[in-house]
Design a protein around this ligand. Structure first.
Ligand SMILES: NC(=O)c1ccc[n+]([C@@H]2O[C@H](COP(=O)([O-])OP(=O)(O)OC[C@H]3O[C@@H](n4cnc5c(N)ncnc54)[C@H](O)[C@@H]3O)[C@@H](O)[C@H]2O)c1
Length: 301
């Protein structure tokens, strides 16, 4: 398997590092508008692979030719929101980058699967889908695995128990309207609501929702190890065609992307699994989809 990553910054390079260490593919291409950065990181990662006795070819460039006939292309190119910048201005700047990238992917790797990471995530999945003209099953956004992982971490911290003992799912948009599905929150076989008060659960949800912002506050830039782990899980699922469910931003028949429970295979999206939402969660999800449609209309006007 050959995996290309567009954007050799924090998220892109962390993805390349994890994919290398976990031997998910035989080749990695790093593409960045800053050719020297892409080349330098590819060289550093190649040294890392040599030290670890991993036979993997890693190249960097600003030339999209490098990803010719690759199987998966991860888009991480783009900006994080700057002080004073509106959500719309950021969305327009990143939409331009993602749409140029997606058009190049369609040219050089027309049979690939695109994994979008650039924010605002669900909107960027829509942009990549439109610019690549790929079928909807071939364009997948990574965010739900990150949000769900953060929620699992908060549950395990609150209960002082192993994270592997905890389960939780975050659905919907990768923004403040994300839905932390109450019925999915479990510790062992027990529902979290049998173990903790509603107030404690609300605290967990709040800390989970704000944990991305906390990282920005502490470090001045957004997270990258967690997002890279999410990308790794998507690539492993595509490669292994495992029957595991993941949360990814994908389109249903409405062609509006949002975080849904899915199964992936070598063709990308294999199946959307019905999440069993409460009426309240269903209404919240519909509301955030309506907001995304309004946002799409603003960006494309
Ligand atoms: N989906 C998620 O859960 C999630 C999580 C974290 C970050 N993100 C998003 O990922 C994106 C990247 O974050 P980062 O921390 O890696 O940023 P970064 O600034 O470290 O890296 C971005 C890279 O993109 C490159 N780039 C810019 N324009 C380009 C173009 N036209 N073609 C090719 N490369 C280009 C830059 O040179 C830079 O190296 C941001 O939009 C961020 O908000 C998403």
């Amino acid at each position: 398997m050959k995996i290309a990553i567009i954007g050799a910054g924090n998220v892109g390079a962390s993805c390349a590092s994890l994919l290398t260490c976990k031997s998910v593919c035989e080749q990695i291409a790093l593409i960045d508008i800053n050719a020297n950065l892409a080349k330098a990181k590819a060289l550093d990662l190649s040294h890392m692979a040599a030290i670890l006795d991993l036979d993997i070819k890693i190249n960097g460039s600003d030339d999209y030719e490098l990803l010719r006939d690759f199987d998966i292309v991860v888009i991480t190119a783009g900006f994080a929101r700057k002080d004073g910048q509106s959500r719309e201005d950021l969305a327009k700047a990143n939409a331009s980058i993602v749409s140029q990238s997606a058009a190049q992917i369609a040219k050089f790797a027309p049979n690939s699967i695109i994994i979008v990471v650039t924010n605002p995530l669900d909107l960027m999945v829509y942009v990549a889908l439109n610019a690549s003209k790929f079928k909807p099953n071939k364009v997948i956004g990574m965010a739900g695995e990150l949000d769900s992982g953060r929620l699992k971490f908060q549950i395990s911290s609150q209960l002082n128990t192993n994270v592997t003992n905890c389960n939780a799912i975050c659905l919907g948009m990768h923004n403040d309207s994300m839905i932390c599905q109450k019925s999915s929150m479990k510790v062992g076989e027990k529902a979290l609501s049998d173990v903790l008060s509603d107030e404690d659960i609300q605290g967990i949800i709040h800390r989970s929702r704000t944990s991305g912002a906390k990282i920005v506050e502490l470090m001045g830039t957004s997270a990258f190890y967690g997002p890279a782990a999410g990308v790794l899980k998507l690539c492993q699922s595509i490669k292994n065609e495992s029957n595991n469910t993941l949360v990814c931003s994908v389109c249903d028949d409405s062609l509006i992307p949002t975080g849904r429970v899915v199964k992936l295979d070598k063709n990308g999206l294999k199946e959307i699994v019905e999440p069993n939402l409460t009426n309240e969660e269903e209404a919240k999800l519909q509301n955030s989809i309506d907001n995304l449609i309004l946002f799409i209309n603003t960006i494309y006007k």
